[in-house]
Design a binder for this molecule. Sequence first.
Ligand SMILES: Cc1ncc(COP(=O)(O)O)c(C=O)c1O
Length: 472
Amino acid sequence: MDTQNDKNTLNFSPDTPSKCTWATGNDIKNSPHRHVQITPSEEKILPNILSQTRNTPIVRINKLNKDAKLKCELLAKCEYFNAGGSVKDRIGRRMIEDAEEKGLIKPGDVIIEPTAGNTGIGLALAACVKGYKCIFVMPEYMSMDKVNILHALGAEIVRSPNTTTLDSPDSDFGVAHRLQKEIANSIILNQFRNAENPLVHYDETAEEILQACDGKLDMFIACTGTGGTITGVGRKLKEKCPQCKVIGVRSEAIPGKLNEVEGLKRGFIPTTLDTSIIDKWYECSNKDSFICARRLISEEGLLCDDWMIDRKYLEKQVSTKNQKWREMKVSSLDLVYSPTLIASLSCYDCINIMEMKGLEQMPVLDEKGRVIGIATMGNMNAQLKAGKVNTSTPVSSVTYKQFKKITLDTTLSKLSSILDIDYFSIVINEQMQSSESNDVFCKQTIAIVKKIDLLRFIFKQQEAEALPIEGI
Ligand SMILES: Cc1ncc(COP(=O)(O)O)c(C=O)c1O
């Protein structure tokens, strides 16, 4: 190694002979280099990665505060240093450990959770260390980046449609509850209601902040999803540092548009959010949030972005062992071909038809016989109850339209990736038939496939082969 750059030569070749005089056993005092003593950390070797889901660094912001002409010190708690990359790793660990302590779960059980993604990553991290399987229900608009990480951690994703009301059986909450009823030894830990969510922040996050600031803090600002962070930290601060103001940040609501800051606005007050602890609320636009995040990266070096995932490196790590099902065809599934509805029929007529036929969902066709999506009884009832439609509204207004058409020849692997994005897929089977008068015509049969149909098939397949359930 060179002890200094050779400024007088233009030779920048990376393999010039080293001029370093360092040798094993030499007294460090005579070292040609500058040495820095490190302070030993308390834990020498972490027992597993879950120990890396706390004690995140607090960093002083030096430029953004000056630009904003702030008179106070501005500090950032870098939760992205947690092993799974977000504050949600803390609740993933804590909710699983609590359920274990209460005897509610044992290794091998299935953890189901409706999640925007980061709680899923936190749960999946704890689940893979402790031996649980995970199924996460994510609305269709949530990003594929998170889906890819979740797959790499061995979790399965079920999509729910974007256009539902909260209490619809098709919402992420409704779908998660249906799955939990159908899957043996499964549990929903429910981040929106679980007391361990705010508690982990009360016990840990808040203590870390108070220790770093020697108990002196004027203001604590946090964004809110479940409200677990702000509630837990806020409650501890009100006890130990009562003059400290607690400021909640919500992302803006744009009517009719999806929020791009994932997971932060749901239009309801979660059980885990104690609004009485919050002194003032602010709304932050999507644009301002993203500009600030980029400035934190480029001006302060706080790399709060998903570099690895953006470049799809994590996608490549998905294991496909014990996954014979991937090569099998859609024709192997137990498909139930369905009668159809015409798009111009009223919701009233469609509910009657579904009741008569004992069906919960039916494909909807336009006037030319082309499939435009599916209508579900649950969504129609929820939309009627919420006053968003009336009984004479055409069914096309409550039809879920995000889907891909597949055939009996589509592989289950392809179907699985489609259902990583969409709530359902439609199988169209076209057969040429001839009538008694020898006229040849095309007969179309239609079936709806959802992730649960695929999961049931894979569970059965792997049980029959007595294989460990992997890559579902
Ligand atoms: C990265 C990240 N930070 C913060 C939050 C909000 O935290 P909380 O749910 O504790 O309010 C979320 C919510 O999903 C999140 O994903």
